[in-house]
Design a binder for this molecule. Structure first.
Ligand code: MRU
Length: 350
């Protein structure tokens, strides 16, 4: 289920095609890329977004840099590719999958030092394809692991978009929902609209309609009320970065949902691939939180409703403390508290 393809690579023409998520759901427009710097702009401007999808796009960006190089000096090619990686690394700060993908491509580049340019370019392209294919397989695995946690006839709430659009396809949180729905366990999905950029109202709602999964859109401020009425049995969200102690950074508003879920005794589950775990940081305090343009809060698109002169604060992510997280579903299995031990064990198995 889910034929949604946010990222496509043409191995003949060497062109990357992205489904422009800024224009969904009004328009299903695809944009083609052959320049890594333009891929960085696409990540920054949310044409492609969601942690795993950002990682995949960045990996293809690195491959494009090598393809773009026309000389035959391996050292010059490596420097050229490293420059492009530097630009890609500046695109967004919070999703660790971006840096994970760049590091993986960089390590491969290092290992090929001195090899002919053609060989290096082919290897980088193949690695980007592998990162994409592994992400797709991870989503399917997370879907199955997560679906086993979903109670029968569940009403599930999700925040932001951790769907096919946010990954190579299928999704993390929405992957769990898709698999649970396939298993006949989902009665309906509550979709938080997710201010300020409306990833819920525009993207998750679109995915649910595309796949015919029964869903109801609410504003973020309604989540507490629907939980209090006993209308939510399970919460599942994605993540941009998980610290070694299990603290979870995700779209702004996730923390409020987790607090509400705890208040109402509802399982709060995070679905994310191992590439979203930042083993190098001890807690959520070390996650760099992106602050985005004030215009996103002052209005939407070209419409502005806040008065000129008002000060605006627009952090794009928040941190949910590990103590509020019931389980973390990865492609390697389900992690449960105590997370420091579970994550350390996962790190040893990497
Ligand atoms: O700003 P965005 O749209 O990139 O934020 C996306 C999220 O917060 C997702 O929940 C997260 O990246 C997980 S996507 C599988």
């Amino acid at each position: 289920m889910s034929a949604i393809q946010p990222i496509k690579w043409d191995s003949i023409s060497k062109i990357l095609t992205l489904l422009d998520q800024t224009r969904l759901p009004l328009e299903e427009a695809y944009v083609q890329y052959s320049d890594p710097d333009e891929v960085a702009v696409a990540i920054r401007d949310l044409v492609v977004r969601g942690a795993p999808a950002i990682g995949c796009a960045a990996a293809y960006g690195v491959a494009l840099a090598a393809i773009q190089y026309t000389g035959d000096d391996p050292a010059e090619l490596a420097a050229w590719v490293r420059d492009a990686m530097g630009v890609l690394a500046q695109s967004r700060p919070t999703a660790v999958n971006l840096f994970w993908a760049l590091e993986r491509m960089g390590k491969l580049l290092d290992s090929l030092e001195g090899d002919q340019c053609g060989k290096v370019t082919i290897a980088l392209e193949q690695e980007a394809v592998k990162i994409f294919e592994e992400d797709l397989a991870s989503c399917k695995a997370m879907g199955d692991f997560g679906a086993a946690l979903v109670p029968r006839n569940a009403k599930i709430l999700t925040h932001c978009n951790a769907g096919a659009l946010a990954t190579a396809g299928y999704g993390t949180a929405l992957g769990v929902i898709r698999s649970a729905y396939r298993d006949g366990k989902v009665s309906m999905v509550w979709v938080d609209e997710t201010r300020p950029v409306l990833q819920g109202a525009r993207l998750t709602a679109w995915e649910m309609v595309q796949d015919g999964i029964p869903a109801v859109l609410i504003t973020d401020s309604m989540a507490g009320s629907v939980m209090a009425s006993g209308e939510v049995d399970f919460v599942v969200v994605g993540s941009d970065r998980i610290a070694a102690n299990g603290d979870v950074a995700n779209k702004i508003g996730t923390y409020s949902v987790a607090v509400l879920a705890r208040r109402h005794n509802i399982p709060f589950v995070v679905a994310a691939p191992v590439s979203t775990i930042d083993f190098s940081i001890g807690s959520g305090e070390d996650v760099p939180i992106e602050e985005r343009d004030a215009e996103e809060v002052g209005g939407y698109g070209s419409e502005r409703w806040a008065p000129e002169g008002i000060r605006i604060y627009n952090p794009a992510f928040d941190v949910t403390p590990a103590e509020l997280v019931t389980a973390i579903v990865t492609e390697r299995g389900v992690l449960t508290p105590p997370y420091p031990q579970a994550i350390a064990e996962l790190s040893r198995l990497r």
